[in-house]
Design a protein around this ligand. Structure first.
Ligand SMILES: Nc1ncnc2c1ncn2[C@@H]1O[C@H](COP(=O)(O)OP(=O)(O)OP(=O)(O)O)[C@@H](O)[C@H]1O
Length: 375
């Protein structure tokens, strides 16, 4: 956290005053609902029947690979794209669909994109005041300065954007997005231009500003860790559709399919067949309830769920490769009857070298069985 921000945050209720009842008014968060929304840029559907309810004040991350429709869904919420069918509603009022289209500037939503989009010819203060044109200049300047102070950028008020680093520009963009007190804030990959260390601190800072103001927020990201850090709920998308919506715990512990499981953890994947509610593999026998006998399954084992110990415990294996990754070792282990190698993440890898015999135990909490074709 930058020094000025830390000071503001520790001061006597300074930031709470800014957040709850700043001079530009108070945020009144709105609920946002997509109901069976379809969108297309041409022949293919970019958004294919999405229904999602976001509660007032909730932070939802739209997560998915490049091209799965995240930005398009955000643009539909903003009113920058029309829906082919279905509706978008704010606090129960239809803003897109059924013959209505409320323009972006009348939706009370704030937008923040990955390139920050600050106006290069305006000072930082003028950039932040831009969204406050309905206030008189003095009031607008006061609100903009308070917002800049909140993100630790008040001392740069008179500078121009080109004089700021990426992280500083991002914080200014956040101040500009939040200062008109939008009821919904839509953020498209807001941290993707920052290096990892800066991204972590700016993201944490952004999260606390969002929570202080209480705004409803949708944050687009392709980074599962970022989604887990920020979201009250994650909406995972694939090919224009929602695959699973839930808390990070829901998606991590109860992935609905192989695609979701792979998204949140590195996996060993073993093909097998169910028999009597179980699946037998070279690394053990695992429960496969609800899968018919003979049904082909993909058995996934999180690499962190593979324990490597001395020979004699569990299933025998031999170390084929090991790499030090900083906090952990990544092991590749040959196991009789297994195509390919089993990968394991090991905290203390020092005792075992290449060629050593080891014993392998698998934690059943890190095992998932999916019918093949569920990816
Ligand atoms: N202006 C456009 N014209 C035509 N096709 C588009 C346009 N914008 C996006 N698309 C296509 O629509 C689909 C969804 O794109 P979208 O930008 O919503 O995905 P995304 O998940 O946000 O991707 P990324 O993470 O790469 O930004 C993609 O197949 C993309 O190629």
């Amino acid at each position: 956290m930058p020094e000025t921000t830390a000071k503001t945050a520790q001061g006597t209720n300074d930031f709470q005053r800014w957040g709850r009842s700043g001079t530009a008014g108070v945020t009144i968060p709105a609920g946002l609902a997509f109901d069976n929304v379809v969108h297309s840029y041409g022949r293919e559907r970019s958004v294919d029947g999405v229904s999602l309810q976001i509660r007032a004040g909730e932070i939802v991350c739209l997560l998915g690979r490049s091209g799965c429709g995240k930005t398009t869904l955000l643009r539909l919420a903003a009113g920058l794209e029309p829906a082919l069918s279905g509706t978008v509603s704010l606090d129960g009022r239809i803003v897109s669909g059924e013959g209505r289209h409320v323009p972006p500037e009348r939706r009370g939503v704030g937008l923040m994109f990955q390139d920050y989009a600050l106006f290069p010819h305006m000072t930082i203060l003028a950039n932040v005041m831009f969204g406050l044109r309905s206030l008189d200049r003095k009031e607008a300047a006061g609100a903009a300065l308070a917002a800049l102070a909140r993100v630790g950028m008040a001392s740069h008020a008179a500078d121009y954007p080109h004089a700021l680093s990426g992280g500083e520009q991002q914080r200014v963009a956040l101040a500009r997005a939040i200062v008109p007190r939008p009821s919904v804030l839509l953020m498209d990959e807001p941290f993707s231009g920052l290096d990892k260390r800066l991204r972590d601190s700016v993201r944490d800072e952004t999260l606390s500003v969002l929570k202080e103001t209480g705004a409803t927020a949708i944050v687009v990201t392709h980074d599962p860790e970022e989604a887990m850090r920020m979201a009250d709920r994650i909406a995972l998308m694939r090919k224009g559709r929602l695959v699973q919506v839930g808390t990070s715990g829901d998606l991590y512990s109860q992935p609905v399919d192989l695609f979701t499981a792979r998204f949140f953890a590195e996996m060993n994947e073993i093909e097998g067949r169910a028999s009597g509610g179980r699946v037998e593999t070279p690394v053990g026998v695992f429960a496969a309830p609800d899968i018919a006998d003979g049904g082909p399954v993909s058995l996934c084992i999180r690499i962190k769920g593979v324990e490597v110990g001395p020979p004699g415990q569990g299933v025998p294996g031999r170390v084929v490769r090991r790499r030090f990754l900083g906090e952990v070792w990544l092991f590749e282990i040959a196991v009789g009857g297994l195509d390919g190698h089993l990968r394991a993440r090991v905290r203390d890898g020092a005792p075992y070298g290449i060629g050593d015999e080891v014993g392998i135990l698998v934690d059943p909490r890190d095992v998932f069985v999916f019918r093949q074709g569920e990816s």
